[in-house]
Design a protein around this ligand. Structure first.
Ligand code: PLP
Length: 462
């Protein structure tokens, strides 16, 4: 029987008017207790300057990468495109709460309403805009799950740029519909490793059956962009400016949870490179740094446990060692994660800003096995209706762990999670789960030690 809900606490959706769209991105660097480590040039091992990055990125984004301004205005043209789907809704998960019988309140911010189906266009549109403004005509990028590739192809179409997507081979094969979506918005998509770059050819020569990884696809896209004047590189996560662009999520959520007359005790997100997690969490971490008590939980796969088991070290962002060195939690740049279905979480590193905040004790992390994650996804779909992306399902699973622990301790908590995308293009993964064919992979110690040998000899963070 349905429980009857009364008063303001009965409301399910908290929506903002288009006029309430945030007009500035929030830059957490201005509030961090410890400044992040400098990014190093891989040749000189000295901090990189704007000129080193200019072949790959427009100057405006390089400026944002190092900016310490607390807020950065969002250009009108970007706001105009954001308004196609933003502000996104915040939901109170009444039916999920009922299904698990928790005393806690669960809210989720839903980014799956964007045209490509995830949070990724929040930065794709901004990156395409600045590149076009500074005269580039083409962007090259990698994609793991296919969400980022489709988001960039969408943004390039609307802004008027060509786009080339190197799609991690295992996702290319698992998700033909994502490929079609990328093509529908006019971009070219190839499986990575490909025969089209030196990096790809070198990997295929050694491992003809390589499933690919984000690290490999990044090498291919960087090589493509570095070799052509008309082309810049666009990254869907990890970098400071990418995390910055995602902070519209958390700013909206702050206003919406206030509409609900509430405030979260716990903020939860999944972490691949860290952009959707940062997007929701950073505006709340601003409150935490100012003294509010908030537990901030990052959720990752046990097959790629970067934050829970990786080392904090300088490492390359890609497999072929083409990128600058960044200080972050890493499993080693030549680590190729098992082909789990949360393709967007198969990355050996994580955003340096998140790493530093974990070291400073402001964020904690947990890792989960994929069958447990899919069980939580199915429970969520059966109560809230939305079929989550496998990546986002990690945040749902983390939320359920928090609610369970609170119930066992006799506590009542308010939990806010980021539902970073829908899983409509991930139905093959659901089918594998239903057929009992999903393998639970936890990274084994010997493979981790092997992969971490690749960073021996690189500088150590101060
Ligand atoms: C729906 C969804 N959530 C999360 C992620 C992980 O990326 P990030 O950690 O940058 O948010 C991805 C990456 O592809 C994704 O598609």
């Amino acid at each position: 029987m349905q429980r009857t809900r009364t008063g303001t606490s009965s409301q399910t959706k908290f929506v903002l008017d288009e006029s309430e769209l945030p007009r500035r991105w929030y830059n957490i660097r201005s509030d961090m207790p410890t400044a992040p480590q400098p990014v190093l040039h891989p040749g000189t091992l000295q901090p990189v300057g704007p000129d080193d990055l200019a072949p790959l990125f427009p100057m405006e984004l390089i400026g944002q990468e190092v900016s310490e301004d607390a807020e950065i205005p969002i250009p009108e043209e970007v706001l105009e495109i954001y308004s196609l789907w933003r502000p996104t809704p915040l939901y109170r998960a009444h039916r999920l709460e009922e299904a698990i019988g928790t005393r806690s309140r669960i809210f989720y911010k839903y980014e799956g309403v964007s045209p490509p189906g995830s949070h990724k266009p929040n930065t794709a549109v901004a990156q395409a805009f600045y590149n076009k403004k500074e005269g580039r005509t083409r962007l090259a990028t990698e994609t793991g799950a296919g969400q980022w590739g489709s988001a960039l192809s969408f943004a390039c179409k609307l802004i008027g740029l060509e786009c080339k997507v190197y799609m991690v081979r295992v996702s290319y094969e698992q998700k033909p519909a994502r490929r079609s979506m990328i093509k529908a918005w006019g971009a070219e998509v190839v499986p990575s490793p490909s025969e089209e770059t030196q990096s790809g050819r070198a990997i295929l020569a050694e491992h003809p059956d390589s499933p690919g990884s984000l690290g490999i696809a990044i090498s291919e896209a960087v090589e493509d962009a570095a070799g052509r004047d008309d082309t810049a590189y666009a990254l869907g996560s990890v970098l400071n400016h990418v995390l910055l662009h995602q902070t519209v999520i958390g700013q909206e959520a702050l206003a919406q949870i206030e509409l609900a007359g509430s405030f979260p005790d716990v903020v939860v997100g999944c972490v691949g490179g860290g952009s959707n997690f940062a997007g929701l969490a950073f505006p709340f971490l601003r409150e935490k740094i100012a003294g509010r008590d908030i537990d901030v939980l990052a959720c990752e796969p046990a097959a790629c446990p970067t934050l829970t088991r990786g080392l904090f070290a300088y490492d390359f962002g890609d497999t072929s060692m083409l990128t600058p060195l960044v200080a972050m939690h890493t499993l080693g740049h030549d680590f190729v994660p098992a082909p789990i279905h949360a393709g967007g979480l198969r990355y050996h590193g994580v955003a340096p800003l998140i790493s530093q905040l974990v070291l400073d004790g402001l964020i904690r992390a947990e890792a989960y096995l994929q069958n447990d994650v899919f069980a939580s996804a199915v429970l969520f779909a059966g109560s809230e209706g939305i079929l989550p992306a496998p990546e986002a399902a990690h945040a749902i699973h983390g939320t359920l762990q928090v609610a369970k622990a609170a119930d066992e301790a006799g506590q009542e908590r308010t939990i806010l999670l980021n539902l970073s995308g829908h899983g409509h293009f991930d139905m093959a993964a659901y089918d594998s789960y239903f057929a009992g064919k999903l393998e639970d992979v936890a990274l084994d110690e010997a493979e981790m030690e092997r992969a971490l040998r690749s960073i021996e000899g690189l500088p150590t963070p101060a």
